[in-house]
Design a protein around this ligand. Structure first.
Ligand SMILES: C[S@@+](CC[C@H](N)C(=O)[O-])C[C@H]1O[C@@H](n2cnc3c(N)ncnc32)[C@H](O)[C@@H]1O
Length: 217
């Protein structure tokens, strides 16, 4: 956790993108969102994908460790906000958006009652392998039963570049989310658009997209 705080303090946020993720735009319909419904964005950083969701007429709940990231999201996008201290979180509230500043693993289902969907871009793959199962189990525990999840992952030869992001393939995703129905929506090699990884000699960069839903138990 301190690593992430340090990265924000040092401005080492290479994962942050200046525009909306193309796969969110392409696959958002799988979330089956109605106007005004709420999307949970775990490990949200200051992602502009949250701005896109707001502009489509949805509400957003994020969780993020770093208050630098939360402050930056509101300030850089000129969104008015207030901050309150609750038990485990500093809570940032803006119009239709709330960011819980603190640890994802401290969230409970009470925080996410209103949520209809989850959008995971660079959350699962930000976590080391030993935290993945805990991440998936916690997600299962805190989201409502009928939630749809859009999960974006990367897979590449991990030995050719040090994580994060942590590479993950379809077999591992299926095993991790065994309590979810899991459908791969698409997967393509995008190494041509990843000059940093090309420099390291990385041979491929598979970008996969999944739609998940909790199995009825
Ligand atoms: C790779 S970044 C991705 C951010 C965002 N999803 C995006 O697409 O730009 C991972 C983020 O997760 C945050 N993070 C890491 N561990 C966390 C935790 N346990 N709880 C909440 N946030 C966490 C980091 O501070 C960082 O901003």
């Amino acid at each position: 956790m301190t690593d992430w705080m340090q990265r924000w303090e040092n401005g080492e946020t290479g994962w942050h993108k200046g525009d909306t993720n193309a796969r969110l735009i392409e696959y958002i319909d799988c979330l089956k969102l109605e106007q005004g419904s709420t999307v949970f964005v775990p490990l949200c950083g200051k992602s502009l994908d949250m701005l896109y969701l707001l502009k489509q007429g949805y509400k957003v709940i994020g969780v993020e460790l770093s208050s630098l990231a939360a402050d930056a999201f509101f300030q850089e996008n000129a969104i008015a906000y207030s901050v309150q201290q609750a038990s485990n979180f500093k809570v940032y509230n803006g119009n239709n958006i709330r960011i819980f500043c603190g640890d994802y693993f401290a969230l409970d289902e009470g925080h996410l009652q209103a949520v209809s969907a989850v959008y995971d871009r660079a959350a699962l793959i930000a976590l080391p392998v030993n935290l993945r199962a805990k991440y998936a189990q916690h997600l299962y525990a805190i989201i409502p039963a009928d939630c749809q999840i859009l999960l974006l992952t990367l897979n590449y030869p991990q030995e050719q570049s040090s994580p994060p992001p942590f590479a993950i393939d379809e077999t591992a995703v299926n095993a991790l989310f065994e309590r979810f129905e899991c459908q791969q929506l698409g997967c393509f090699d995008d190494i041509k658009n990843e000059p940093k990884y090309q420099q390291f000699g990385v041979k491929f960069m598979e970008k996969a997209t999944y739609c998940l839903r909790k199995k009825q138990e």
